[in-house]
Design a protein around this ligand. Sequence first.
Ligand code: ADP
Ligand code: MG
Length: 325
Amino acid sequence: MHEFDLIAVIRDRCAVAREDVRLGIGDDAALLAMPAGHILAVSTDTLVAGVHFPKSTRAFDIGWKSLAVNLSDLAAMGATPAWATLALTLPDADAQWVGQFADGFAALAGEFKLALVGGDTTQGPLNITVTVHGFVPDGAALLRSGARAGDGVYVTGTLGDAAAGLRILAQGEGTPGNDRSTTSRAILIERLDRPTPRVAQGLALRGRASACIDISDGLVADLGHICAASGVAAEIDAESLPASSALFGLCDAPTRHALQLAGGDDYELCFTAADAEAPSLLGDLARGGCGATRVGRIVAGHGVNIRDAGGNPVAVKQPGWEHFR
Ligand code: ADP
Ligand code: MG
């Protein structure tokens, strides 16, 4: 297989037709038309084998996740996904691997009618860089900087599943916890391998949330970014953190809280909203199929403080993933 055959495999499997793609894969650059009155939201994320996914991860799931983590960033801005580029570095020209990777990428791209419009294909250690482009009406993007004292803090979906899935893979059978259910384990590993970007939820938050971020590095770390950008502090009630029944059945409360607060890879949205906005917003999210839960509030000060049911401070041992530590 040559470079151009691999590109053809990717192009053929990721074919999504869009009128605004005047020229897609095949020339020196893509030519793309913007809708009037909109701003372009652009975001890039790289996935490195062994860092962002276990080396055993299936090609399909790597393709899915490489797009999902990028769509999650567009969701957090309240942007509608439109286009992507893909820079793929592969150890060898394995057409079967590339085909499965492209199928995973295409499964998610098709769901959001997102067109793959270009990229680059090179040889080296496995590394996937995706850049996504989305539209947001001028002035309507969700920022990290708008949280105000008195706002509630909310998260979509459930937290901690992906981090639990990673632990299960790393530690093998029998740990953590005492639930022998392989179904629960499979659900948690699936949440790690195939995160769901909360695109529709991000759109619903536009004009209603005061600040928003996607949770990639863990709630405390990412909410900390909202606090820093907004010049405020947050108080989190650990007991209120939403957990899936799979996670509930698998570990005790302190372990669960640690996974939910600092685990990372959730790709849920964390947002803040004024109390006046909350009821209709939460109702709309619930009707949309992915509800949100109030987990705390914004106060004056700086940093993120967590309390347990008894009102005692909860220490977070490892506040989120960071490279170059
Ligand atoms: P150039 O040499 O001009 O950089 P390439 O030979 O790298 O062009 O790529 C040829 C075409 O294929 C370009 O349109 C490029 O955007 C596209 N392409 C290359 N690799 C990928 C990829 N992994 N995914 C999508 N498009 C790709
Ligand atoms: Mg090139």
